[in-house]
Design a protein around this ligand. Sequence first.
Ligand code: CU
Length: 349
Amino acid sequence: MLKKAKYTLTAVLMVSALMLSACGNGTNEVQHEVSKELKSSVKQTSATENLQDIIAPHKELNQEPVPVEFERDGKDVFVTMTAQITDIEIDKNYNYKAWTFNGEAPGPLVVVNEGDTIHFTLENKDPAIPHSMDFHAVHTAPDKNFADVAPNEDGTFSYKASNPGVFMYHCGTAPVLQHIANGMHGVIIVKPNDGYPTDNEVDKEYVVIQNEWYKYNDLEDMTNDVPSQVVFSTKALHEGQPNTNGTVSAVKDEPLLANAGDKVRIYINNVGPNEVSSFHVVGTMFDDVYIDGNPANHYKGMQTVMLPASGGAVVEFTVKEEGEYPFVTHQFNHATKGAVGLIKVTKGE
Ligand SMILES: [Cu+2]
């Protein structure tokens, strides 16, 4: 029996330092320098340092998360979400006054079926700024159906989800980068009518989202600089699963669970706003991948799946033995800034 592998974030950092140093002269000194460099590159932006950037109407605001409303009537689904300002602790003792959907960042998971008509209502509880909703899962005229909803008003829009996939949604109000980077993003899964060809093989399934954070509400930093944090979150697809915000330790504190021998499916999306994700699970490879979550885009035997900003995939892999399997973006500068999650594999019953 192999000794149980313990991959901690420290180990990942060491690996990343070693990998980078291999491109230099490979001495211990260089490794140390690279490691130091990596650590110092992780910007520790404090809330206090950024208080001046919080616009006046948001200063005293920390709106309680509001549950998403979802009702189905045949092929018509009625989804109501809020735009609201809610503090999210994205790093230890660092509250980010996020612009959110329903007080979560990424926002709540939305799951519909291929062919459903979505009747979407946005309640804008932000007293200061208009917000909107752009679902990547639909065909519609954006100027009509992704329109701004004014502060303290509601807007209702209808469109059909005609293609299956793992899609991003986001606020599309200008400046879009500021709205997305401040937290207004999430995932909508459109389930294929005929399922995936590997449905019967899957034992556990989860949703994972990658996003990055910048200096608070600083459009210049969002436009020109590198992210302060790059993070994973998981959203509950089934009852009892964790539902977290995108924070540096979210999917390490609450790992995804599986049993030895399980085939695990992850619905993954990289909501950005700017960076690409090179999604990889340490200690296994992807037996089956459906790019953007469409069953027609079926790939086999992939080590890493590249997700452009807004891109998604369904990835499936087998965890053959007990242990802790980290997943990362293999862009290790981003893994170092938080983008590491864990899958805890136990013997099971
Ligand atoms: Cu917005």
